[in-house]
Design a protein around this ligand. Structure first.
Ligand code: ADP
Length: 455
């Protein structure tokens, strides 16, 4: 297979152009031949009619026809009159050399044909019979085709020189033009090759490219923007992660420094180790969450099965009841048994994060309600709380990694909701939030139904 666009274009053009020119040449050749032969036939027809009119007048003197080329021996211009199979008159061009044209069968319809003349030249002959005074006369006239065919041959020779030269010149032009066109493509590929993580901010100037390449350049620029965004988010994520982990590490370090600054009693060492273990436990949780997010980012395959959302709500209530009781918040669930396809463990984690927040950011004697339902062809879990609510400008940001709102408290590091969203999106769903500051919030988790649903 040809791997060069330029060569392929050239061959395609060469093939098409040669076929087109060849067809045109054949057409012109046959047209020209038809015109030339038509002109000769017309002339022969007038000659035969002239001889016939003389015959009809009873005039056997054909000298007025026999002038010019008809008087030159073997000139190719002949006529002869035949009756009863005998030549009764012929042009001087024949009689001088005592030659005859081949004698045809009488026919009252004009018959044109090609033949070989007495001088071995190609001739065009017209034969037509006429009845005059009860006798049948066949009049023949001929004209040499050597000159007309010489014109045709020269025309053919010219075509053989002209057309290949045209194909060649056009081929060179196509080669140059495609070379020019491909130069921009090569430039584009060079620029693409020059892009690395260091210059992701650079963009190609669409205006510098041909119209056909602009959508490619636009697509490339959009891809760069997306990559740049992803790189930035990654960088921000790493810097946030390092900052978040820095605090517990410095707490552990300062505990160690203080404790080691002098001799301590056993209880003091024990107390310090307990504190260090508590901080380390918090750190381990943050690291688990970071790993969780990175696995979800790489779209790691999650084992999935048909799971009952009401069952998950029930488990979440069981898991979080102790903290709800501690906070003085009533926790409840209700709704229909709805099945979706997914990873039970992960969906349980997502719902736990959301409900955990609803308890954390609630007021004493408040409530949290989980409802499993369906809406507009989606399975829907609604988590409603009577908590502090979320301000309008914070509503979208609460799903960002490491974002902690003004109401953020305790051990949370701003990863819970981002993990929940990543898990839900991994399942092909989406999460939305409605909230009123001071009154409470409502989180809506939409999930696609499992394909085996009989609903
Ligand atoms: P955190 O560990 O801080 O709870 P999350 O990602 O779970 O992190 O939540 C991000 C922020 O969103 C929280 O700091 C809090 O300000 C806000 N938030 C989340 N859920 C609620 C809720 N139910 N009511 C009020 N604010 C909430």
């Amino acid at each position: 297979m040809l791997r060069s666009i330029r060569l392929r274009l050239l061959l395609l053009y060469g093939f098409t152009f040669s076929i087109a020119l060849g067809g045109l040449g054949l057409f012109l050749h046959y047209e020209l031949e038809a015109i030339i032969v038509g002109a000769v036939d017309n002339h022969l027809h007038s000659e035969v009619q002239l001889v016939a009119s003389l015959l009809k007048e009873g005039d056997m003197d054909f000298s007025e026809v026999g002038s010019g080329d008809y008087g030159v021996p073997l000139s190719g211009h002949y006529y002869q009159v035949v009756s009863d199979g005998k030549v009764i008159a012929r042009s001087p061009s024949l009689s001088i050399v005592d030659a005859y044209l081949p004698i045809p069968e009488p026919s009252f319809e004009p018959i044109y044909r090609m033949d070989v003349g007495p001088g071995k030249e190609r001739i065009r002959v017209l034969s037509q019979s006429f009845r005059v005074g009860g006798r049948v006369f066949t009049v023949q006239a001929s004209e040499s085709m050597e000159d007309p065919y010489a014109i045709l041959n020269s025309f053919r020779r010219n075509l053989f020189v002209l057309f290949p030269s045209m194909v060649l010149v056009m081929g060179v032009l196509i080669w140059v033009i495609t070379g020019q066109g491909l130069k921009r493509l090569l430039y584009l590929s060079e620029r693409i090759r020059g892009i690395s993580d260091r210059n992701l901010g650079e963009r190609l100037d669409e205006g510098r490219f041909d119209r056909e390449l602009r959508s490619l350049v636009r697509g490339f620029n959009t891809m760069l923007s997306r990559l740049e965004g992803a790189f930035e988010r990654q960088k921000e994520f790493f810097s946030n992660a390092s900052h978040t982990l820095k605090t517990p590490v410095s707490i552990i370090k300062s505990y160690c420094d203080v404790v080691l600054s002098r001799e301590r009693r056993n209880e003091e060492y024990r107390e310090a180790l307990l504190q260090i273990s508590k901080v380390a436990k918090g750190m381990a949780r943050i690291i688990d969450q970071i790993l969780d997010l990175s696995r979800l980012d790489s779209r790691e395959f999650l084992k999935s099965s048909n799971i009952d959302l009401l069952g998950i709500a029930e488990d979440v209530v069981r898991l979080l009841s102790p903290s709800a009781i501690e906070k003085g918040v009533t926790l409840s669930f209700n709704g229909k048994r709805i099945e979706v396809e997914g990873n039970r463990e992960r969906l349980l984690e997502a719902l736990t994060n959301i409900v955990d927040n609803s308890i954390k950011y609630n007021r004493p004697k408040g409530s949290v309600d989980i409802r499993v339902d369906s809406r507009d062809g989606w399975a829907l879990i609604t988590v409603s709380d009577t908590g502090i609510g979320i301000a309008d400008d914070e509503r979208e940001r609460i799903f960002d990694r490491f974002y902690r709102g003004s109401g953020g408290e305790g051990e949370g590091k701003g990863l819970g909701l981002s993990i929940a969203r990543a898990i839900i999106e991994h399942h092909g769903g989406r999460i939305e939030v409605e909230s009123e500051v001071g009154k409470g919030s409502r989180f809506f988790i939409f999930l696609p139904f499992s394909s085996s649903r009989g609903d």
